[in-house]
Ligand binder design. Structure first.
Ligand code: 4AD
Ligand code: MG
Length: 460
């Protein structure tokens, strides 16, 4: 279908003025008056709509009426003229073809809907400004991430979605099976043995373990793919299916990987400030005042850093009454993270050296024997967006960590082998794409960063 995309039309408006063009799109709003009718058309190529003006004397009334219904799709041939708003252009329609009609049952009749309502029409909410902007930012953010790693010599690797081991050891794996329950099966072992892989299998919670395999040969790698967690927490920050970017770097200690994480965040934020101006302006107006100032600060200023032990002291001395009391050894809850980011640091902060007992088995034990070389990057408004650590590269210590947690050693044989043959210091992290999107758009619920969010008891 030969057509001019509306973004191309606006980007090159001078050259199109006075010319006849064919454009396509969906009707976002329409207005009908005595002699003229107006349609705001959007084809997804940009946030702004394009006004189409219909001189009613040139169109049959009934046919034109159909072209004005919200949600319908049109192909319009018309002349590009200057619009009323400065810098704008509009199209004086000569002819219009209804590609797909719509009617009053179109679920988005009103101009503004609640986010809750829009979640009930996931297949159509993309046609709102909010979701159009969100998915354009999501696309640009993904591109910028690939660009950052590519420019810095990282290889993009694809790790399996179906795995036999639980990377985080938290027991939040979705099981993959082709065998249903049968009362004939005598034991769990027999049941598992009869399954597709002859053993238990699940959807990966993280590509890290395989990422380490790749890094321990290719040096610097990253994964970028979906991960799955059957977490019971029904919060605004947890999804059962979410995307992670997981770089893994050989010959890197905790400080080296913190530097990479910082550079990456600054790079992608700068990229959005440059390439998603319209979208950020929209989110600033509708969702988070001063959003662009915040992002400029992220791009231009140092991130904070605090030792877990000091963070606990800060929380204890805050005089705040937390629902979950704070003591050394406790996992930081959202309320604690939010106090640190929103009230103390007011910018991204790396909390480093967590107690080993609240973190995953693979993290490098610090010389104190109590803490691990791990850090979470917390940001205001969202909390944790990155989980990061240096990996335990000592065979004996890693084996002990697996055993201490009563994990099945046989599931981690390959992983342990890496520590037997040419083990090197190495580090990596996981950035949650949706959490990052929440941070850069000010959208408060992870369900509004994904096309079809999957959460506990919810699969649209
Ligand atoms: O901190 P996490 O659990 O770390 C890992 O999975 C490591 N294996 C990463 C690595 O070192 N390669 O998760 C990493 C990030 C979190 O900081 C968060 O941004 C995001 O993944 N995340 C979630 N996002 C949405 N919904 C969930 N249920 C999430 N769980 C983690
Ligand atoms: Mg984490």
């Amino acid at each position: 279908m030969k057509r001019v995309e509306l973004k191309a039309l606006h980007d090159n408006k001078e050259s199109y003025l006075g010319k006849s063009v064919t454009v396509c799109g969906w009707v976002r709003t329409s207005r009908d008056s005595k002699n003229v009718a107006f349609v705001e058309l959007n084809d997804g190529s940009q946030l702004a709509h394009t006004q189409i003006v219909f001189d009613k004397s040139k169109f049959a009334e009934q046919a034109l009426g159909k072209c004005l219904s919200l949600g319908c799709s049109l192909r319009v041939v018309g002349t590009v003229v200057k619009g009323l708003k400065a810098e704008s252009v509009e199209i004086q329609a000569e002819s219009a073809e209804l590609l797909g009609g719509s009617d009053l049952s179109y679920p988005m009749q009103k101009k503004r809907h609640t986010m809750e309502y829009l979640r009930s029409v996931p297949h159509l909410r993309v046609r709102t400004n909010t979701f159009n902007a969100m998915f354009r930012v999501r696309s640009q953010l993904s591109y910028a991430l690939h660009e950052f790693f590519h420019k810095n010599g990282f290889y993009y690797v694809h790790t399996p979605i179906i795995t036999g081991s639980d990377c985080e050891g938290a027991g939040e794996i979705f099981k993959v099976t082709t065998v249903g329950y049968s009362p004939k099966v005598k034991s769990e072992e027999e049941y598992n043995a009869s399954d597709f892989f002859g053993r238990t299998a699940g959807l990966t919670v993280s590509g890290q373990l395989e990422g380490e395999v790749m890094a321990c040969a290719m040096g610097k790698i990253y994964t970028f793919g979906p991960t799955f967690r059957a977490e019971n927490s029904n919060t605004t920050r947890h999804a059962a299916e979410f995307w992670q970017i997981e770089p893994e770097v050989a010959f890197a200690e905790l400080d080296d990987i913190i530097e990479i994480a910082t550079d990456m965040i600054k790079y992608i934020v700068r990229d959005l400030l440059e390439n998603c101006k319209e979208e950020l302006k929209f989110f600033e107006e509708r969702f988070e005042p001063k959003l662009t100032d915040k992002l400029r600060n992220v791009a231009d200023s140092e991130f904070a850093r605090v030792d877990y032990t000091d963070a606990v002291e800060i929380l204890r001395k805050s005089g705040k009454e937390f629902v979950y009391p704070v003591a050394w050894g406790c996992d930081l809850q959202t309320e604690h993270e939010r106090y640190l980011t929103d009230e103390v640091y007011k910018k991204p902060v790396f909390v480093v050296n967590y107690p080993k007992d609240i973190k995953s088995f693979y993290m490098k034990l610090n010389p104190d024997g109590k803490t691990v070389a791990a850090t979470d990057l917390l940001v205001p408004g969202v909390g944790e967006i990155i989980g990061c650590s240096e990996r335990e590269n000592d065979y004996g210590k890693l084996k002990k960590a697996i055993e201490d947690r009563h994990m099945k050693l046989s599931d981690y044989e390959n992983y342990l082998d890496l520590r037997k043959f040419g083990s090197v210091p190495h580090s990596g992290f996981g950035l949650g794409l949706e959490r990052m999107l929440m941070y850069v758009t000010g959208i408060g619920n992870i369900r509004d960063t994904q096309i079809y969010p999957r959460t506990k008891n919810y699969l649209a």
